[in-house]
Design a protein around this ligand. Structure first.
Ligand code: HEC
Ligand code: HEC
Length: 494
């Protein structure tokens, strides 16, 4: 019987054992008697190696089978271990290959095994670095791929239970690329507009205008939407009229829209493919795509994934509401940190009419304040800056951060930007008007809960109650959203 010698590899770069030992305990190795097995020895230790994240790595650590010699001519097989982790590397017969996926100093140990219990091991270091010379030049330290902002792993309060990440969870490399794309005016045909032109951090990623200006005098058809807590929702469709099936699908629509960033291909305008060629010429994108996807190729699908990861990463959970919610068991409990007015407004918002409420919560559902996926319209049916009507808008952004930290609205409200203040919003719901002069579509698209028994709901709120509702909605505003540098423009001020 063969005896397997225990192999212990100490923290040495070179180790050998099992050599010259008589396999004494009855029976020879390979059939002989009293055979001595000589263990292999490392003849050509490996030098340290270098790799880069996203670049193919290939190194034959067996050195074409010459790394070890074996005095008794045993066939050598190889095994490789990686410490602290393989970081995307694999090996076969001592040949290490793969695409490293993280900056790391990988202590790599190749062991020569003679099949008879003898072995020898050689350790060397594979230093994986990140190629980011262009990123460092352009962003001057605001983006450092070796020290990423924490987009993934942000704290989400325990009472937040809805999550719609679309199978594209936030990663730090993906969201970092998304941040650059979001702020890059190269995404517009005129090099003058970016996503952030209409989604400003200081306004909860909305726009102060009723409508937003795009390339070449273009104007959007609807008011811009805040981009806050977008993944903490049951509704998976995007835009006011829910025409985008997913967050990812939504993300490149503005790039191709004639009134936004302009890569439409219409009337001689450049196409999305032209944009890809343009981005390919920017060296920082080669580095960023390679880093995020371990492959520098730029595709629309990757742009969607990265932009969606960035917009999904925009969290706001440090509102007065959150401080109160963390101290109680349900959204309906009185919050100890609220004023009496705020608690009264909350009760109005949260409760159905039998409990004295006006049940805003059935459509704007706490604690995420995301929209009910089955909502109809809320009776706001005008087209901005036009005499026409639009009965398709059944989505609302989360009601978090409707106003800024000073209580100033983050842009006008509703798809047509027709309501300037929260009091205007409350007045709308208090007494919903049909502006169409009796178009049957108005009633048929108005959410049934706003027309019980066929009549438009009248809330009959007093001024005190209206003030309470407004005071409550103001508690939904966070702090960090407006100032966190990881959501800010990484480009230097020109
Ligand atoms: C010219 C202004 C403008 C630009 C540029 C722009 N947006 Fe928008 N964005 C809007 C408007 C207006 C809406 C609402 C449009 C609608 O519903 O018809 C919107 C809606 C959205 C939504 C949907 C939010 C929701 O809750 O449904 C997302 C996400 C979004 N934009 C992300 C982006 C990204 C990413 C970019 C850059 C690639 C971008 N936007 C560029 C104006 C703009
Ligand atoms: C039947 C569902 C429903 C109910 C009930 C409801 N809303 Fe809305 N709400 C909506 C929809 C849909 C929109 C977006 C409509 C649009 O822009 O055309 C909206 C928009 C809003 C907005 C503007 C959001 C923005 O980003 O511009 C606010 C604020 C708001 N609602 C507050 C309330 C309050 C307060 C109540 C209770 C008095 C309430 N809602 C009741 C469906 C509802």
């Amino acid at each position: 019987m063969n005896r397997i010698y225990a192999v212990s590899i100490l923290a040495l770069t070179l180790a050998a054992c099992g050599g010259g030992t008589t396999d004494g305990a009855g029976g020879g190795t390979g059939g002989g008697t009293g055979t001595v097995n000589t263990a292999p020895v490392v003849a050509k230790p490996n030098g340290d190696q270098a790799g880069q994240v996203g670049f193919a790595f290939n190194y034959d650590a067996s050195q074409a089978g010459t790394i070890c010699t074996d005095a008794d001519g045993d066939a050598i097989s190889y095994s490789v271990t990686y410490n602290p982790a393989a970081s995307g590397l694999v090996d076969n017969a001592g040949v290490i290959s793969g695409t490293p996926n993280a900056k790391s100093e990988i202590t790599t140990t190749i062991t020569c095994n003679d099949g008879k219990g003898g072995s020898a091991a050689d350790s060397f270091v594979i230093s994986v670095t990140i190629d980011q010379s262009a990123v460092q030049t352009v962003f001057n330290g605001k983006i450092d791929l070796e020290n990423l902002d924490a987009f993934a792993g942000q704290t989400v309060p325990a009472y937040i239970t809805k999550l719609n990440d679309g199978g594209n969870p936030i990663s730090d490399p993906g969201a970092t690329l998304g941040r650059v794309l979001f702020y890059d005016t190269a995404l517009s045909i005129t090099n003058t507009f970016s996503c952030a032109s209409c989604h400003e951090q200081s306004l909860g990623f909305s726009d102060p205008g009723v409508l937003s200006d795009g390339v070449d005098g273009g104007v959007t058809g609807r008011h811009s939407m805040r981009l806050v807590n977008t993944q903490f929702a049951d509704e998976g469709k995007f835009f006011w009229d829910e025409r985008a099936a997913t967050h990812e699908a939504q993300e490149t629509d503005p790039i191709k829209d004639d009134n936004e960033l302009g890569y439409s291909g219409n009337n001689g305008r450049p196409t999305f493919a032209d944009l890809v060629v343009k981005l390919e010429a920017l060296e920082y994108y080669e580095e960023l795509f390679r880093f995020a996807f371990l492959d520098p190729e730029i595709t629309e699908a990757k742009i969607q994934l990265a932009l969606a990861q960035f917009t999904k990463s925009i969290f706001s959970f440090d509102a007065k509401y959150d401080a109160g919610r963390a101290q109680v068991n349900t959204d309906r409990d009185n919050f100890p940190n609220f004023t009496a007015q705020e608690n009264a407004g909350k009760a109005l918002f949260m409760n159905p009419p039998p409990q004295g409420g006006v049940r805003c919560f059935i459509c704007h559902r706490p604690p995420e304040f995301d929209i009910d996926p089955n909502s109809g319209t809320n009776g706001v049916v005008r087209v901005a800056n036009s005499a026409g009507f639009d009965f398709t808008n059944t989505r609302s952004p989360s009601l978090r951060d409707v106003v800024d930290t000073n209580g100033v609205p983050n842009g006008p409200f509703m798809h047509d930007g027709s309501l300037a203040t929260l009091m205007d919003v409350v007045n709308h719901y208090n007494n919903i008007q049909d502006p169409t002069g009796g178009d049957p579509q108005f009633m048929s698209t108005l959410d049934m809960r706003l027309r019980p028994m066929g009549n438009i709901l009248q809330l009959n709120l007093t001024q005190v109650e209206k003030d309470q509702l407004v005071a409550f909605m103001e508690t939904l505003t966070g702090q960090n959203l407006y100032v966190d540098p990881k959501w800010s423009d990484p480009f230097p001020v020109p």
